[in-house]
Design a protein around this ligand. Structure first.
Ligand SMILES: Nc1ncnc2c1ncn2[C@@H]1O[C@H](COP(=O)(O)OP(=O)(O)OP(=O)(O)O)[C@@H](O)[C@H]1O
Ligand SMILES: [Mg+2]
Length: 352
């Protein structure tokens, strides 16, 4: 282990002909941080990771590892280990040989390699599978083999590109928790690409939300969730997504679909807005405005109600859907502090 695992991108642009895959990306990652690159398909996440790994060159801008400018260095010169979406294991080699491969490349002796392989395999709990071939492993075990191969490198920087996307839902959850534990134990910096906001929310210390080759917002997941800075970020983070309704601030009211929905922030001038409300913040019991239940989706421990509020679709997440049926009328209300307001023209958050 040589470096600290600190990362900096400075105004990184990546062009493919006239198409800008990255339009000037800046960020800094501290040693030991778990940093997620989150965003929809095609937003530039893998491009960013590949540039960080040294597998692609930026068209403009600079990349620093531990304060050293590595922009011109190729992948072999950088102290990074990468895990791809497809595990990229060698099918004809055993698990032990797969894990040992990076060490063989470094021309380490057999005596040195054997304990390192065993130790890495133990960390990801596949030390009982060392003699198998990848074809004889489950998806999750193959994933962990790929992780072990990254661990033996003893790199200070782990780059992971959608590493859990091939796993089924249950295994994904388990492996996710293990990955976090492993990253903490190893004390490495992890840069983790995903389009799954739940993955980013649960794993990351901080995240960057990518859209169309730009970082839209960066911060701790909980902060981004609580204060999305644009309609696009608001729509992308949270499941089910935030309700986003055209509306207007008028005097003391936030008006949606022609009638007041809740109280406006004090002193705000009349203006057109997009009103954001998380489904969990839409209350359907007590007093409020009449809405019609279009559809009840029972999820077991919670339920989603698809509602129509004077023609406007709005979703509520509630703890128990059983009291409700399609066609019912309910009274909905939203607390003023649960409202997110975005400018109708710029789509940017309005701060009260
Ligand atoms: N070699 C290339 N030539 C032209 N365009 C490319 C090339 N590589 C990537 N792109 C484009 O750059 C954009 C960003 O690609 P990138 O692979 O970084 O997206 P991503 O965020 O990782 O998406 P996904 O979640 O689908 O993996 C996409 O629009 C893609 O089509
Ligand atoms: Mg990608």
């Amino acid at each position: 282990m040589t470096g600290l695992g600190k990362v900096r991108f400075e105004d990184v642009v990546k062009m493919h002909g006239t198409f800008a895959a990255l339009k000037g990306v800046d960020f800094e990652i501290e040693p030991g941080e778990f940093f997620a690159l989150l965003g929809p398909s095609g937003s530039g996440k893998s491009t960013t990771l590949r540039i960080l790994a040294g597998l692609d060159m930026p068209t403009r801008g600079r990349v620093f590892l531990d304060d050293e400018d590595v922009t011109a260095q190729d992948a072999r010169e950088r102290d990074v280990a990468m895990v791809f979406q497809s595990y990229a294991l060698y099918p004809h080699m055993t698990v032990a040989q797969n894990i040992a491969f990076p060490l063989e490349m470094e021309k380490k002796s057999k005596g040195e390699i054997e304990p390192l392989v065993r130790e890495a395999a133990r960390k990801v709990r596949i030390d009982h599978l060392l003699d198998r071939r990848p074809g004889q492993l489950s998806g999750g075990q193959q994933q962990r083999c790929a992780l072990a191969r990254a661990i033996v490198r003893r790199a200070k920087l782990f780059l992971l590109d959608e590493p859990l996307s091939n796993l089924d839902a249950k295994l994904r959850l388990e492996t996710r928790a293990e990955l976090k534990r492993l990253q903490r134990d190893l004390g490495v910096t992890a840069v983790y690409v995903t389009h799954d906001q739940e993955e980013a929310m649960t794993l990351a210390d901080r995240m960057a939300v990518f859209m169309e080759g730009e970082i839209q917002q960066m911060g701790r997941p909980a902060d981004v969730f609580v204060r999305p800075n644009s309609v696009d970020v608001a729509a992308f983070i949270g499941s089910p997504p935030m309700n986003l309704l055209p509306g207007r601030v008028e005097g003391e009211q936030v008006v949606v679909a022609g009638k007041p929905l809740t109280t406006a922030p004090a002193g705000m001038a009349a203006r057109d807005v997009i009103v954001g409300v998380r489904p969990g913040a839409v209350h359907v019991t007590g007093t409020g405005r009449a809405a019609t239940v279009e559809f009840v989706e029972n999820l077991g421990d919670t339920a989603i109600l698809d509602l129509k509020l004077d023609g406007a679709p709005i979703r509520a997440r509630i703890s128990d859907g059983r009291p409700f049926a399609d066609g019912d009328t309910v009274a909905i209300s939203v607390a003023p502090q649960d409202i997110h307001l975005f400018d109708a023209a710029t789509q940017k958050r309005i701060d009260a």
